[in-house]
Design a protein around this ligand. Structure first.
Ligand SMILES: [Zn+2]
Ligand SMILES: [Zn+2]
Length: 362
């Protein structure tokens, strides 16, 4: 049966977000309704509000969420009512050319729910952020977007694995293939950069150099596992990283800003045959200029990391287990918990630089 719940929508470009009553349809074939327990506030939600993603308003925001499956539609066998799950925006199809080649973390045809949630007042269809829409008491997703994990973990912590924290950890362990003893530099120490630092520590990196222009962020980065920090507002980060790596550069440099200037820093701060991982998200007008001879002559690999090249069914349960064992402090990413009607305020605080994640808790 369809039901009415409260959720946060972005009504139009740059308009303040607000809580509205939504209609959640009963799950159809392959779908699930999830009772959301917690959902983190991500930059991508802000980009939706600002019109940086598309103009398909109104959006139902929120996509870093954990909750309990309430009801499933026909043909759903992987999850059942009562399961505690993290929502993912990469429900792999199993049919596309990436999946068929055994590389489902690159799936080119990921699934979302077929039915639309609507605004109760007008009947308008809602576009859920990243196909999730979890700043709502309940949401409708494709069943494949639900990944079961150990239910003893705090939902506020677990939900963060659904996006930014997974992107950062995955940039280090999946895309960058950081290994024991490696030197790693991370440029940009917001939530994703800090998660890359935590991922590099988890993978056994010997030296982890945090680079940012804000000393407060560098202090947080050290708590996440950085062994050295460089304020690139006051020193040349390429020189500083070389100095800290015997004059050579880092084995893996993770660019978590997404700008041409910082990408160039990453490119030149890596050792010969090293790896650059771009996990920061650029904007359409940005262009990169590099001497092609340097690209060739320095060897190694230049990679992009999309959602940390994660496979939710493989990575979410593993990272939750490591957290529960005390080997990965995901709790450190939760700066504050807030109520559903405080999302607009959380967007404002995001710019202050003091907040890694505000998490809506239901
Ligand atoms: Zn696929
Ligand atoms: Zn996100």
């Amino acid at each position: 049966m369809a039901q009415e719940v409260r959720g946060v929508i972005a009504p139009g470009k740059n308009e303040p977000v607000r809580v509205e009553t939504l209609v959640i349809p009963a799950p159809g074939p392959g779908e699930a309704v999830v009772q959301v327990q917690a959902c983190g506030v991500c930059h991508t939600d802000l980009h939706y509000k600002q019109g940086g993603i598309s103009d398909d308003y109104p959006f139902l925001l929120g996509h870093e969420a954990a909750g309990v499956v309430e009801e499933v539609g026909e043909g759903v066998t992987d999850v059942a009512p009562g399961d505690f799950v993290i929502l993912n925006w990469r429900a792999v199809c199993g049919q596309c050319r990436a999946c068929k080649r055994g590389r489902p973390w690159y799936c080119f045809d990921t699934h979302n729910a077929q039915q639309k949630m609507t605004l109760a007042s007008t009947g308008q269809e809602l576009e859920p952020a990243l196909g999730i829409g979890a700043f709502a008491e309940k949401t409708l997703v494709a069943a494949g977007q639900c990944t079961k994990v150990d239910p003893s973990v705090s939902p506020a912590v677990a939900g963060l694995l659904g996006c930014g924290v997974m992107a950062g950890i995955g940039a280090a362990i999946n895309t960058g293939q950081v290994g024991r003893g490696d030197t790693v530099a991370v440029i940009g120490c917001g939530g994703v950069g800090d998660a890359a630092i935590a991922g590099a520590r988890l993978a056994g990196a010997a030296r982890i150099i945090a680079v940012d222009i804000d000393d407060r962020k560098l202090t947080t980065a050290e708590k996440m596992g950085a062994t050295h920090s460089v304020n690139s507002a006051t020193v040349d980060p390429v020189e500083a990283i070389r100095e800290l790596t015997g004059g050579f550069g880092a084995d893996v440099v993770i660019e978590a800003v997404g700008r041409p200037e910082t990408y160039k820093q990453a490119f030149y701060a890596r050792d010969l045959a090293g790896t650059v991982v771009l996990v920061g998200v650029p904007t359409p007008e940005m262009k990169l200029e590099l001497p092609l001879l340097d690209v060739f002559g320095r060897g190694g690999s230049l990679k992009s990391s999309w959602y940390g090249d994660c496979l939710p069914s493989r990575d979410f349960p593993m990272l939750v287990d490591l957290h529960q064992q005390g080997r990965l402090d995901l709790g450190a990413f939760v700066t504050e918990t807030i109520a559903l009607d405080e999302v607009e305020k959380a967007f404002e605080r995001m710019h202050g630089g003091d907040v890694l994640r505000s998490v809506v808790v239901f």
